[in-house]
Ligand binder design. Structure first.
Ligand SMILES: Nc1ncnc2c1ncn2[C@@H]1O[C@H](COP(=O)(O)OP(=O)(O)OP(=O)(O)O)[C@@H](O)[C@H]1O
Length: 287
């Protein structure tokens, strides 16, 4: 076992000095249904607007649905890459704005237990993504089942999607606790989804930040929030992402703001009542 692990490290290390490097961002949540996939898809669209070349790995085993969110249907999955039937270039599913999707399916689970000959092929193929994209975003499953923990431990950054619901908070805390116990060094960023107001978002963040500091002695970065927005539900139903169908919606503007932060541009947080009207109402209040 140990021999195999060191052989694999050697295999990966051979390529370690090649540049440029893709940045790996895992999007996760404590519990299911909090909006992780919707967020991932729209974050990718917003990053693409900022000239980022994005690949999404659909790592949600139970409900692999990134392709569905884009209204696309995957022909091949990572399973075909593992079996050696297809190359990475052949399995990548083209999506709008130059985004490419690696459909995961059940192949994601197999990634963890591959025989060396198959793994070599997978590493060589995935390694080609370094030149092809700037960011690899992994939509992991919720909680800690299957390969989620491995994805999280391997990512450069983790975005934890949390809603103000108490169960979302406690489950997110459970994931953070396990990551700490496992010695994860990834930076963890919280996105509070489905909030009514900016202060709701901050209150939710503070609730989890306090317990993370007190009981885990770690820190959590506040990346931003996304408004609870009926346009999100409509876009899901119509299988057309918010960033394409309703780019002016409050939720997508939040995600654009977060995308700016993800690539290190600091923008002002969007306001629900923004634009000229928002500007005027603030201006008039100040008189
Ligand atoms: N900001 C939002 N405003 C309103 N509805 C939202 C928002 N974000 C997500 N939703 C809704 O929540 C539901 C679940 O979203 P989604 O499938 O993205 O969650 P998930 O966390 O990826 O779920 P799963 O764990 O099952 O994969 C969808 O119907 C979506 O429309």
């Amino acid at each position: 076992m140990h021999d195999q692990a060191s052989a694999l490290r050697g295999l990966v290390a051979k390529d370690i000095n090649r540049s440029p490097k893709i940045r790996v961002l895992a999007v996760t949540s404590g519990k299911g249904g909090v909006g992780k996939t919707s967020f991932t898809v729209n974050l990718a669209l917003a990053l693409a607007e900022l000239e980022q070349r994005v690949v999404i790995l659909d790592g949600d085993l139970g409900l692999a649905n990134v392709d569905i969110a884009f209204g696309l249907s995957a022909k091949y999955t990572i399973e075909h890459l593992i079996s050696g039937e297809r190359t990475i270039e052949e399995i990548l599913l083209p999506a709008p704005r130059g985004i490419e999707i690696i459909p995961g399916g059940s192949g994601v689970q197999r990634l963890a237990n591959l025989e060396r000959d198959k793994l070599t092929n997978v590493i060589v193929n995935l390694g080609r993504l370094d030149k092809r994209a700037d960011l690899l975003i992994i939509d992991t499953g919720a909680g800690l089942g299957n390969n989620v923990l491995n994805f999280l431990k391997a990512a450069d950054d983790i975005i934890m999607v949390i809603t103000p619901e108490p169960t979302s908070l406690t489950d997110a805390y459970g994931v953070l606790k396990t990551l700490k116990q496992e010695g994860s060094e990834a930076s963890i960023h919280a996105v509070i989804n489905r909030v009514q107001t900016e202060s709701d978002a901050l209150a939710t963040f503070k609730r989890i930040e306090i317990v993370v500091q007190k009981f885990l002695d770690s820190s959590l970065n506040y990346l931003g929030w996304v408004y609870d927005d009926p346009f999100m539900g409509r876009s899901v139903m119509q299988q057309e992402p918010l960033g394409i169908k309703f780019p002016e919606s409050a939720a997508y503007r939040c995600i654009q703001w977060i995308a700016g932060k993800v690539i290190g541009i600091s923008l002002h947080p969007p306001r629900k009542a923004g634009g000229v009207r928002g500007f005027l109402s603030k201006l008039l209040r100040s008189f």
